[in-house]
Design a binder for this molecule. Structure first.
Ligand SMILES: Cc1cc2nc3c(=O)[nH]c(=O)nc-3n(C[C@H](O)[C@H](O)[C@H](O)COP(=O)(O)OP(=O)(O)OC[C@H]3O[C@@H](n4cnc5c(N)ncnc54)[C@H](O)[C@@H]3O)c2cc1C
Length: 584
């Protein structure tokens, strides 16, 4: 019996992964690569401080190869349902193998293919496996948000429409009128590149609902050129330097958390200064006509900040237009905007009469379905309870430490609810969750426990604490963001520092768990407890005898000094003898 991980890349086949390396060549991580990579597999040879996506994919491939786990993946395979079998104390997992290419489609698109061509066009076979442990690594930003249903005319539109996360390389953008929907982190990297080679779009119209806070990207030590030329050499030559750099970036991010996110007087003061600095930079960078619509009316940090190198500058290009006029409908060869504008909030409708913008291609950079956790994976726990339904009954997506839910024994979520950070790296948070889960999984795989199941009261108390803490942060400062559901439930961010999350993961509160120990596990815990008791007893006796002997701290220090001198003298003597022997 094995453990099953519903994880990264499962739905793609290897060819598609290689294809992924060839696409979106210039889109880069906006978090420095040393931080957006594994702590245990630091790469000295990143080509730049913010390397392109394809290099990050290559890095992950190499880590898998180095740790010899490539044969543990089954690609182009969908996990459809996991069901807890109470009698057998096992998970029954329904796995569906897919026909070539289907793994890279979104679930919505796959459902469309099933509807049009039948099941056989998507699925080639179904298998049921049983597992002691299930670990869900289904990610959070996976299912692209589709076309907004309320916008009519999609069926009439003769051009191409695709999502930024499903970039269509077959679409030629040369001399085309392109409309980009959205002003998040993805679009900020896409828009500046469209008017330039190799895309050479004729015009780019970008639609924005409300402005994000745009801040300068973390600057590269020594400048881009210097870093690209020298960092691989230096990182290879100086042991521990890349780890030190990673740690410094982490520490910097932690300090920034305290300065930005809580509603403390310190953070409020700092936020104000930071906002003034950013706005001064925006003012210098963008054309004056955009200043008003690029000035947010909420606190910095409320939405994820855009770490920008090119977007704001690109707004000076006459080919690029940024507008807050809402998308109303599509025509055969264009998009109709307005009347009115969504920002500034006091915009008068008569100042923004309806107009049509020509469009050959529409790129949706409108984000992901983030608030329906695990969807469409179905997880059924004890008593036939559906995991997502249980979360909804309790107010919204939630899990104890973002990792476990009561009634779902031996099941762990990686990057579960409220584990993302607005300031740090998801890779690091995920490593913490993996290490936390392994402490419990170890018990099961070693035969020390048959089931581990977090307690209901612990889960509820944890979620209540988190949701309360979230109320006193900048995330509540009035922006609309993908962190919130329509009901105002934030299931995305963790309201404390990453040091705090690390602490919780490194030192589990075992008493928050129902652990069904086996006889092997029981004797091990008894042994450990007995040893601990013995240690405490010896310590108490030691202190008692020391007090009775009348010795003071001074005497103890003297004794310690003697012991130390003894050890040193012996070491010197041994070294002299060894040296003499070597000369013989
Ligand atoms: C555009 C973008 C920018 C981002 N920028 C940052 C950033 O700067 N910093 C940061 O820390 N994070 C960032 N993220 C967040 C990012 O999601 C995480 O950093 C990271 O990818 C999470 O890794 P993961 O393995 O948990 O999930 P993912 O990388 O999302 O992988 C999940 C995998 O599981 C597969 N899957 C899902 N359901 C099933 C199923 N039922 N059966 C089989 N397979 C399934 C999916 O197809 C996917 O391959 C960004 C995400 C996006 C999309």
């Amino acid at each position: 019996m094995s453990s099953v991980s519903v994880s990264s890349g499962l739905r793609m086949n290897t060819e598609q992964l290689d294809d992924a390396l060839q696409t979106q060549l210039t889109i880069r991580s906006d978090v420095p690569a040393v931080f957006y990579s594994f702590s245990f597999a630091q790469n000295p040879a990143w080509s730049s401080f913010h390397p392109p996506g394809r290099e990050i994919v290559k890095y992950y491939h190499e880590v898998c190869q180095n740790y010899r786990i490539t044969d543990k993946f089954e690609c182009n395979t969908d996990v459809e349902e996991c069901k807890w079998l109470e009698d057998e104390q096992l998970w029954e997992v329904k796995i569906r193998r897919m026909t070539a290419g289907m793994g890279d489609l979104s679930s919505k698109d796959r459902a469309k293919v099933v509807e049009e061509k039948g099941e056989h066009a998507v699925y080639s076979e179904t298998e049921i496996v049983k597992a002691k442990v299930v670990i869900s690594c289904v990610g959070g930003l996976v299912e692209p948000r589709g076309w907004p249903d309320e916008i009519s005319g999609l069926d009439k539109f003769k051009g191409k429409v695709f999502h930024s996360a499903r970039w269509d390389e077959a679409v030629d953008l040369q001399d085309k009128n392109v409309v980009v929907v959205g002003t998040g982190c993805s679009s900020a990297q896409i828009v500046p590149r469209l008017p330039k080679a190799p895309y050479n779009a004729k015009s780019v119209t970008q639609l924005m609902r409300s402005p994000p806070w745009v801040v300068p990207a973390v600057s590269t030590p020594g400048g881009d050129e210097w870093w690209e030329e020298n960092s691989p050499k230096i990182m290879r030559a100086v042991p521990g330097l890349k780890e030190l750099l990673r740690f410094s970036i982490f520490l910097g991010a932690e300090v920034q958390f305290l300065q930005l996110f809580p509603n403390t007087p310190y953070a409020e003061k700092h936020r104000k200064l930071y906002e003034e600095k950013i706005l001064a930079w925006v003012e210098k960078t963008v054309p004056e006509k955009y200043l008003e619509i690029l000035t947010p009316d909420y606190g910095v940090g409320c939405k994820r900040r855009i770490f920008d190198k090119r977007w704001l500058k690109s707004l000076n290009d006459p080919k690029v237009e940024l507008t807050t006029m809402p998308l109303t409908r599509l025509t055969e060869d264009g998009v109709v905007l307005g009347p009115g504008a969504t920002y500034p909030k006091n915009a008068k409708e008569e100042d923004y009469p309806e107009r049509e913008v020509p469009a050959d291609v529409i790129i949706l950079a409108n984000g992901f379905d983030t608030t329906r956790w695990l969807h469409p994976l179905k997880i059924v726990g004890k008593g036939g309870k559906d995991l997502v339904e249980l979360m909804e009954e309790r107010g919204g997506a939630q899990a104890y430490q973002g990792t476990a839910m009561d009634g779902f024994p031996n099941m762990f979520l990686i990057f579960g609810p409220n584990t993302a950070t607005g300031h740090s790296s998801v890779v690091m948070a995920s490593e913490n969750m993996v290490n936390y889960s392994l402490k419990f999984i170890k018990l099961i795989l070693n035969g020390e426990a048959s089931t581990v199941d977090v307690k209901k009261e612990a889960e509820i108390a944890y979620t209540t604490e988190l949701q309360e803490a979230l109320k006193d942060t900048v995330w509540q400062s009035g922006c609309s963001s993908w962190y919130y559901t329509k009901d105002g439930w934030n299931s995305i961010v963790y309201p404390y520092t990453q040091v705090d999350f690390w602490r919780r993961c490194a030192f589990p509160k075992y008493y928050h768990w129902n652990i069904a120990y086996t006889s092997k596990g029981l004797s091990k815990t008894r042994r450990t407890r007995a040893l601990r008791m013995l240690g405490v007893t010896l310590a108490i006796i030691g202190v008692y005898r020391w007090r009775k002997s009348g010795l003071g701290l001074k005497d103890i220090r003297g004794m310690m000094r003697n012991v130390l001198q003894g050890v040193l003298a012996t070491a010197v003597q041994a070294w002299t003898v060894l040296k003499a022997q070597a000369h013989l």
